[in-house]
Structures are given as structure tokens and as C-alpha cells.
Design a protein around this ligand. Structure first.
Ligand SMILES: [Mn+2]
Length: 317
């Protein structure tokens, strides 16, 4: 059973508006599309998300609100997983994935791996971030990366890690990235230093193609042998031509065909008998209908989710 949880929170992104992302994806027919594939679906509504107090600017200053929503989301995800169901989280900005993945970590601990499908690495700490926006930091938080002593926001950062992680951090060797093309120098240094992690950039996809890159991903999974995989999908991995409705669009993303081939190949590897590892949860983040044209981005995101859940052209392979 897929249980949809909306997380309409956007105070930690670059541009407000992704709080309407869950509504955009529901209007694009998410539930119906999954039902047509024979998937059981229940929409559980949204987690409560506070409105910005007067005068609050986006970014780290929304830390308290972030921690409240992310903690609630972690609890919700952990509860869905405890029932043996599949959490499908709709964002909202990407800071919230610190909450959803933390919920999965509570359930699976070091048997969990994460695939981050995103133009960005989201691996900044408060002292390396050029913007201070928490939506660029969730993986650093989950991996337990520390702010240097006395560095920016170290007290809040440690508090968030204590509260969300409860001692169970995501080891960097269990993080995979797909679609990277806008990575800050400190993030690139970290990824290069993370032994055993997986990173496929747009260059890799240009050079070798989606099929070969997904084979490399399979090889990585078979080496790491996680029991469970969480996929975090940031719509900005798609080219802005396809997905203009997002706060940090970067040119040169996945084409429509590449994106669907990624989803279809993931489906073959992650679902059913003989799956290499089972997909246990998904979040779809950073859809911002306020920046969109005609809800295109949410529609594209829903089509991608359908392919991930096994939609094919002829109803079979
Ligand atoms: Mn991104």
C-alpha cells in the first residue's frame, strides 16, 4: 500500500511556492495514475506546516519551523514503514528529506541506502553553504557531517542531528547521486572523499548513457548490499524545459526520454521477484507551481512516478 504524505513547507528553499507542490501533484492525478497500475493508494493528507512569521526570510532563519516539520515527517514515515507500507512524500523543499530519510533510518538503520536524484548534491553544512538555505544541506545532516567547532550555526545543526537521527546516521558509503550538474566546491571535495559512495553526473550520462550508468548503479548496490533503498527525487534533475516549476532550475538536465528510462530501469531493478534491493520509500521534492506554466512540472513528476511504479507503453515488457 502506497501512503501519500504531503509536506507543504518551503521556508528553507530559495523561492517560496513549493508549499503548493503537494497540491499540484494531487491535481496532476497522482493517486489515479497509481491506482490504474494496480497499486493500492491511500492519501493521508499533509503534515502540519507552519506559516512564516512576519518578517521571516527564507533560509536558515526558518530553522525552528524546519525542525518541527521534519521531525513530524520522520515520525510519519517511520510509522508507515512500521506497518509494512510505502511512504510517498510530496514536497515542499528538499530540506524535508532530512526528515523522511531519518524516518527510514529509524526503521532500517545501516541496511538502508539512499539514491539522490538531483541536479544538486545537497551536501553543504551551514558553514560551507553559500546561501544558508537548508534545502542544500539534508544529506550533510543525515550523514552526520559536523560544523567546525565555533562555526556557523553549530548548535542548531547538532540539535537537528540529535533530534532527527537518534544516533543512526547515514554512512556516506550508502549514498548514491544521479544527475549532478551544479555542485559547490566543498560538496565536490566531500563526494570525492566518500569512499564507497556512488555519484553519476550529467557528464557520465552524456558520455555513457542512462543504461550504462544504471548498470554502474546496480553494481554499486550489489557491492553495498543494502536491504532497503530510499529514492529522493528532486524535480530539478529534469531539464528546465520539462520542469520549469522549481526554485533552483539548472540548464542541462535529464531529457524526458532519459528521465523515463531511469525510472523504468529502476523499476526493473527494485520491484518484484529477484529485485536487487527493495524500494521502500520515495519523496518527490521541489515542485513549485508558483514558478510553473500550467502545472507542467507536477504533471511531469507524476508521469515519472508512474514509470517508477511500472507503467510501460504496452503494459508489459
Ligand atoms: Mn536540487
Amino acid at each position: 500500500m502506497v501512503r501519500i504524505v504531503g509536506a507543504p513547507f518551503d521556508l528553507c528553499g530559495r523561492a517560496a511556492g513549493s508549499r503548493t507542490g503537494p497540491a499540484g501533484m494531487r491535481l496532476a492525478g497522482l493517486r489515479r495514475v497509481l491506482q490504474e497500475l494496480g497499486v493500492g493508494v491511500r492519501d493521508e493528507g499533509d503534515v502540519p506546516a507552519p506559516l512564516p512569521p512576519d518578517g521571516l526570510e527564507p533560509g536558515f532563519r526558518a530553522f525552528r519551523a524546519f525542525l518541527e516539520v521534519a521531525s513530524e515527517l520522520a515520525d510519519r514515515v517511520a510509522a508507515v514503514l512500521a506497518d509494512g507500507d510505502f511512504p510517498l512524500v510530496l514536497g515542499g523543499d528538499h530540506s524535508l528529506s532530512a526528515g523522511s530519510v531519518a524516518g527510514a533510518l529509524r526503521r532500517f538503520g545501516d541496511r538502508l541506502a539512499v539514491l539522490w536524484i538531483d541536479a544538486h548534491a545537497d551536501l553543504n553544512t551551514p558553514d560551507s553553504s553559500p546561501t544558508g538555505n537548508l534545502h542544500g544541506m539534508p544529506l550533510a545532516l543525515l550523514a552526520g557531517l559536523a560544523v567546525e567547532a565555533g562555526g556557523t550555526r553549530s548548535a542548531e545543526w547538532s540539535e537537528a542531528q540529535r533530534r532527527l537521527l537518534a544516533g543512526e546516521r547515514l554512512d556516506p558509503s550508502r549514498i548514491g547521486w544521479l544527475g549532478l550538474r551544479d555542485v559547490d566546491p566543498p560538496e565536490a571535495r566531500r563526494i570525492r572523499s566518500f569512499e564507497g559512495s556512488f555519484a553519476a553526473t550529467m557528464h557520465d550520462i552524456d558520455r555513457h548513457g542512462v543504461v550504462a550508468v544504471l548498470e554502474r548503479l546496480s553494481h554499486w548496490l550489489s557491492e553495498r548490499r543494502p536491504e532497503a533503498l530510499w529514492v529522493s527525487f528532486d524535480v530539478d534533475v529534469l531539464d528546465p524545459v520539462l520542469a520549469p516549476g522549481t526554485g533552483t532550475a539548472v540548464r542541462g538536465g535529464l531529457t524526458y526520454r532519459e528521465a523515463h528510462l531511469v525510472a523504468e530501469l529502476l523499476h526493473e531493478r527494485l520491484f518484484g521477484e529477484g529485485a536487487e534491493v527493495s524500494l521502500v520509500g520515495l519523496d518527490v521534492m521541489e515542485t513549485n507551481p508558483m514558478l510553473d506554466t500550467g502545472n507542467t512540472t507536477a504533471i511531469t513528476a507524476v508521469e515519472w512516478v508512474a514509470s517508477l511504479f511500472g507503467k510501460t507503453i504496452l503494459g508489459g515488457r
